[in-house]
Design a protein around this ligand. Structure first.
Ligand code: NAD
Length: 424
């Protein structure tokens, strides 16, 4: 287990999520009853299910699907495959989805799912059988009007195609709207694959404007080079930023004159990792976070910026492409040191925004062009960023952007809960 992963377990993501909720609740004087409703997920399912392995054995996997809240609409959230998936992690991620959909104003609640497995040690066929059996196991939790999964760490459009097919086979007819992030041929939206990275880019542009900085030649370090990190890197590179360091779970690379991102993307297609990329020197996952850059974008996993390293962060802006990369203790340090942080529930909301657009296109049986999708995404991201910024200013900067975003989101969820009333 790497240091990163050992650290990841020091404070559980759910403790982080509840601590963020408490902080916002205190500032906004949230009634205790509503705090209690929001603290716990509404519905939790744990499944243990068998899968036939290629060597003839049967392996039992554990998976989860959690609905945190559906006051504002059907719940929505990704499915991740990783050896570090736990119920606490999925519960935290589902709560963050509730806030994320509310911050950007989508008519969804929050959910998340995950299977504890190591996809790097499984064949494509084993992963396909795992996806189909997991879908069967959580069948009653999901549905186009109920809860709509999407890709997350180690899952992709192909995984969504298998979920959609399994669900449709059991229901007896094709129901593409049960998932988003599907391949375009199956009703996926143009622009969805890169939407999270593009959304991070739009939030960074707004932050640069606010900080009176220019994108041209601004220096960037990115932790994580999967869907979010690689698309963010490419779009930043295409628009003139200088990406000086990139890492993934196997290590990092650095080039102070700027990394050629299209070449790196090609290199990673063939080599599966960024290490040993030509014209670069190695850098560790620890050091990449502390580089003296304009923008630091953690785009990998939780608990990367902690009280141990927050004092050493030199970036002017942190753009949280990942969910939960910063702990509450680190938040306090970064705020006191004047680092401008774009919180995950705002910064990486581009993915769920285009998922919403995909869901709408699916239900209405039409499709928008990529330009149209990107235009709508930009409008949503810019508006949400500025709403959070206004909230931050209206609170006289007594709290950070994260807490301002949480307050905005919680207000919307509580308002919906009050309008609906408590059943029965
Ligand atoms: P991915 O599986 O495509 O990529 C994950 C990347 O992180 C890989 O490069 C991997 O090597 C790297 N990584 C994993 N563990 C690491 C470690 N310990 N140190 C450094 N790097 C490590 O996943 P993704 O979809 O890009 O998701 C990344 C993050 O963004 C997650 O926190 C996810 O929840 C969040 N997110 C994803 C989406 C989406 O649409 N995919 C949307 C919103 C938020």
């Amino acid at each position: 287990m790497s240091n990163n992963h050992r650290k990841q377990h020091l404070i559980s993501p759910y403790e982080v999520a509840v601590s963020q909720l408490k902080k916002a609740a205190k500032i906004m004087n949230l009634e205790k009853d509503y705090f209690e409703i929001l603290k716990k997920p509404a519905r939790v399912l744990t499944v243990n299910f068998p899968v036939n392995m290629d060597d003839g054995s049967i392996k039992v996997f554990t998976g989860y699907r959690v609905h945190h809240n559906d006051a504002r609409g059907p719940s929505k959230g990704g499915i991740r495959y990783s050896p570090y998936v736990s119920l606490e992690e999925v519960m935290a991620l589902s709560m963050w989805m509730t806030w994320k959909t509310a911050v950007v104003g989508l008519p969804f609640g929050g959910a998340k799912g995950g299977v504890c497995c190591d996809p790097s040690k499984m064949s494509e066929k084993e992963l396909c059988r795992l996806t189909r059996r997991f879908t069967y196991a959580i069948l009653n939790m999901i549905g186009p009007e109920r809860d709509i999964p999407a890709p997350d760490v180690n899952t992709n459009p192909d995984t969504m195609a298998k979920i959609m097919d399994t669900y449709s086979m059991i229901k007896g007819y094709s129901i593409p709207e049960v998932v988003t992030g599907k391949p375009i041929q199956l009703g996926g939206s143009r622009g969805r694959l890169e939407a999270t990275g593009r959304g991070v880019y739009f939030s960074v542009l707004e932050a640069l404007k606010y900080k009176k900085m220019s994108l041209k030649n601004c220096t960037v370090a990115i932790q994580g080079f999967g869907n979010v990190g690689s698309n963010f890197a490419r779009i930043m590179y295409e628009n003139g930023a200088k990406i000086v360091a990139i890492s993934d779970m196997w290590g990092g690379i650095r080039n102070d004159s700027g990394i050629d991102i299209p070449k790196l993307i090609e290199y990673v297609k063939n080599n599966k990792k960024v290490v040993d990329f030509p014209n670069s020197s190695p850098i560790s996952n620890k050091d990449i976070l502390e580089l003296n850059v304009d923008i630091l974008a953690p785009c990998a996993i939780e608990n990367q910026i902690t009280e141990d390293n927050a004092h050493n962060i030199s970036a002017k802006i942190i753009a949280e492409g990942a969910n939960g990369p910063t702990t509450p203790e680190a938040d306090k340090i970064l705020f006191s040191e004047g680092v401008f942080l774009i919180p995950d529930i705002l910064c990486n909301a581009g993915g769920v925004t285009v998922s919403y657009l995909e869901w709408v296109q699916g239900l209405e049986r039409f499709s928008w062009s990529e330009t149209e999708v990107n235009r709508k995404l930009e409008r949503v991201m810019v508006q949400a960023f500025n709403e959070v910024l206004s909230k931050y200013h209206s609170l006289n900067k007594i709290c950070d952007m994260r807490t301002a975003a949480h307050i905005l989101a919680i207000q919307k969820v509580v308002e919906a809960t009050k309008l609906r009333g408590i059943f029965p």
